[in-house]
Design a protein around this ligand. Structure first.
Ligand code: FES
Ligand SMILES: [Fe+2]
Length: 397
């Protein structure tokens, strides 16, 4: 349970808000490298309530600058990327990736007006196929963490993102909450529930770490009928790591939940698969899909699909379902645009949820009081590979 005040404190992320200031102390993914071609069409995006334009200049540098031109506020997303920056379509002002105004073609010869323009711009870095931006105070900019999924070279990566119509926090909570797995995601439910209900109750270990929370849950997988450990790690400020073991192959996935605004979120994911005996892992084909939502009932088929909700976990190609995405989206979105945590009644295994909120609220207070929040990395020597695997103790810069 959170009071109305605490709920807002951790959910609302616009500029100047407590959580907004905390979230701006970290690098946040804002796009995929492969979607940005040099001098290609600029892309309008919103991050934490700020309207921005993302582009790659003709020298290959990613840029994230304010959407509205500093002259008369026209959208730069309709501009052209050329001549070392992005040019406004209205009167041709040209901005580089650092927000300098390079040209004002209609101003008189010798004018120094352009030198006094400071267009909003945020530094960008690319790693592992993601474009990250830092939107906090320049003097507080940390290092971009060298996460394993982003930097390992002994395998292949897959990057993706999708948008969600609810507040970021309930989606991180849904990811970190491992208890839901055999309920929400079990197929053949009418049969498998007997296995689940006869099994020992799940147990949970968790530990606060330098990066967030390490968690191990032991519960039954009703599909396989075996009792197993499952790990779901929370990393600051709003991320999630999981490990999937398939025979010899150990896949690792890392996700970032980035607020678009207070009721919309974009989830970026990087998956990493090491080579096995020199062979590349075959990632599933990244097909276009219709986002699941109330408008299509999350592709629910109550009469024919044997899950609790009637939403399938896997589906034929060409439909919306990607893994468990429809089911997860439904449970998170149906809490409301921003879950009203005054009304929740938490169970004994929701300790990971309360621990995560406590870590975030502490980070918010740290920023307010002038301290670095948890998992802000400044020491390059300590910014090494982050490995969180199986039962290994958490290890991170
Ligand atoms: S509004 Fe952009 S150059 Fe005038
Ligand atoms: Fe799930």
């Amino acid at each position: 349970m959170l009071t109305k005040e605490l709920n807002e404190r951790v959910c609302v992320t616009g500029g100047g808000t407590p959580a907004g200031e905390m979230m701006r102390r970290y690098w946040q993914p804002v796009g995929l490298s492969r979607d940005l071609t040099a001098a290609g069409k600029p892309k309008q995006i919103t991050i934490m309530g700020e309207d921005l334009v993302l582009f790659r200049d003709d020298r290959g540098r990613p840029g994230l600058v304010g959407l509205h031109c500093s002259h008369r506020l026209t959208s730069l997303a309709y501009g052209r990327v050329e001549d070392g920056g992005i040019r406004c379509p209205f009167h041709g002002w040209l901005y580089d990736v650092e927000g300098h105004c390079l040209e004002q073609p209609a101003e008189p010869e010798g004018s120094t007006f352009k030198d006094r323009i400071k267009h909003p711009a945020y530094p960008c870095e690319e790693l592992g196929g993601l474009v990250f931006a830092y939107m906090g105070p320049p003097e507080s900019k940390p290092l971009l963490p060298n996460y394993e999924c982003l930097v390992r070279e002994d395998g292949t990566r897959q990057t993706s993102y999708y948008t969600i119509n609810s507040n970021y926090l309930q989606n991180v909570e849904g990811a970190v909450d491992a208890v839901h797995f055999p309920f929400l995601h079990t197929d053949n439910w009418s049969v498998k529930k007997k296995v689940l209900f006869a099994a020992p109750k799940p147990t949970l270990d968790l530990k606060e770490t330098d990066y967030g929370i390490w968690q191990r849950i032991n519960h039954i997988n009703p599909m396989r009928g075996n009792q197993s450990d499952h790990h779901a790690h929370f990393f600051m400020p709003a991320g999630f790591m999981r490990i999937e073991e398939r025979r010899e192959q150990v896949l690792k996935y890392q996700s970032w939940y980035v607020p678009i605004d207070d009721t919309h979120t974009v989830r970026f994911q990087v998956g990493f698969a090491p080579f096995v005996n020199g062979a590349r892992y075959q990632w599933p084909k990244d097909e276009p899909f219709t986002p699941p939502g109330p408008e299509n009932d999350y592709f629910r088929d109550y009469e024919n699909v044997d899950t609790i909700c009637g939403i399938p976990g896997w589906s034929a190609p060409g439909t919306a379902v990607k893994g468990f995405l429809c089911q997860d989206n439904m449970v998170n979105e149906s809490q409301g645009p921003i879950a009203d945590r005054r009304r929740e009644l938490l169970g004994s295994l929701d300790t990971v949820i309360t621990a995560m909120r406590r870590v975030m609220l502490t980070a918010i207070t740290d920023v307010e009081q002038g301290r670095d929040p948890k998992h802000v990395i400044r020491d390059a020597a300590a910014n090494h590979l982050v490995r969180v695997a199986g039962d290994d103790p958490p290890e991170m810069a």
